[in-house]
Design a protein around this ligand. Structure first.
Ligand code: 1CP
Length: 348
């Protein structure tokens, strides 16, 4: 176990279930294509992965939303797909199709990937965290992150983003051993990746299981919850004081499985989860982060204001609560809407 002198920022305290007398806020994908300064830097950087693997550029992009908005946290600029990329399953980002990965199908192909010493190859990310922690003021937390094994495996097996996830769902049924082999390998290196981010200065970490919702109920525990639970256990054995947020997107009532894990501090809820249900069924056990529909932030105006106020009125009840979106900021979101939203959350 490593003792850390973790910053007790309002965000960190809220994630640990404490009421801090105000509502901490950050937004998933707060750095990205809706910001003109991001688009400018991105057009100069060549590829998206160049941005992720250059610690100075990654720090600069991480700080961009902090310089504009009154946010409680920065999230390190990186991607969940740097892990398969560094393991040898090469990733390209196409502006039209999104991520494209060299597809993995067989146990032989999985065994050819190199999951050993991944943290060595991902060292520019830890450098970026160190530099950002120095640049960031003490009141603001720095969040590290990774994808969950199921979500990362889905990109590797499908070869990119997918509409129906048929290849990986079929693999789970027809060749469960092959999928388990890949998930196990990812599990080990993802725990190391989070631990390395915390060692470099991350004050909290989030695990994104963006595609948890496509799993049938019979395989949900085995393929989404269990690997995440074991990753959290490993991270907590090293850094018990660092809060862990889990985002099993579109998991519905299965969010309750995560709320019962003693290694998970907070759950990020998507916009399909009723706040009243989360307050009643989850918030006694874990802090809640969420859950404004990103489309309301895109459109702005009265509908956004009313819904943000409603979310706060239900979830800001002397228990752990952090305001966020139900998913990432959409590309065409006007910057003024983000300013309005942050101001509004400050007034709660
Ligand atoms: O063209 C560009 O500039 C690339 C766009 C982009 C950006 C800005 C990608 C490609 N990734 C990112 C950054 C990113 N990705 C962050 C940065 C920190 C921040 O939030 O500000 C984070 C946390 C992620 C995480 C991520 N990447 C997730 C989980 C969250 C989610 O959105 O569900 C996923 C699924 C990815 C894969 C990915 N990378 C990029 C895209 C466009 C996608 C999604 C593709 C898809 O829909 O399948």
């Amino acid at each position: 176990m490593i003792e850390t002198e973790n910053l007790e920022t309002d965000l960190v305290l809220a994630l640990k279930g404490k009421s801090v007398g105000r509502v901490p806020v950050w937004l998933m994908r707060q750095a990205g294509r809706y910001l003109p300064e991001y688009r400018e830097l991105r057009s100069r950087s060549g590829s998206f992965l160049n941005l992720c693997y250059d610690s100075n550029l990654a720090m600069e992009v991480t700080m961009q939303p902090i310089q504009r908005f009154d946010l409680d946290a920065a999230i390190i600029f990186s991607d969940i797909l740097v892990v398969p990329d560094a393991a040898g399953c090469k990733v390209k980002f196409s502006p039209e199709k999104g991520p494209i990965l060299s597809q993995i199908r067989t146990a032989e192909e999985i065994n050819k990937l190199d999951f050993e010493n991944l943290t060595g190859r991902l060292s520019p990310i830890y450098e970026a965290i160190k530099k950002t922690r120095v640049a960031l003021s003490k009141e603001k937390a720095l969040i590290g992150f990774c994808g969950a094994p199921w979500t990362i495996a889905s990109y590797m097996i499908e070869g990119g983003t997918s509409r129906d996830f048929l290849k990986i769902r079929k693999l789970a049924v027809e060749e469960p051993r092959t999928l388990e082999l890949l998930l196990k390998k990812l599990e080990g290196c993802l725990a190391s990746h989070l631990i390395a981010q915390i060692s470099a200065g991350a004050n909290a970490v989030q695990i994104f299981d963006s595609w948890a919702g496509v799993l049938a109920d019979g395989s949900f525990k085995h393929l989404s919850f269990d690997p995440i639970h074991r990753i959290c256990k490993k991270v907590k054995s090293m850094y018990p004081e660092i809060p862990i947020i889990v985002f099993p997107r579109l998991a519905g009532t299965r969010y309750t499985q995560f709320s019962k894990s003693k290694y998970i501090d907070a759950l990020s809820i998507d916009q399909t989860i009723p706040c009243e249900w989360a307050a009643k069924n989850l918030q006694d056990k874990v802090a809640i982060q969420g859950n404004l529909d990103p489309v309301l932030l895109l459109s702005g105006g009265d509908k956004m204001v009313k819904e943000a106020q409603r979310i706060c009125s239900i979830l800001n009840q002397n228990k752990g609560f952090v305001f966020n979106l139900g998913h990432g900021v959409i590309k065409d979101t006007p910057v003024e809407n983000v300013v309005t939203l942050c101001k509004l959350v400050r007034e709660q």
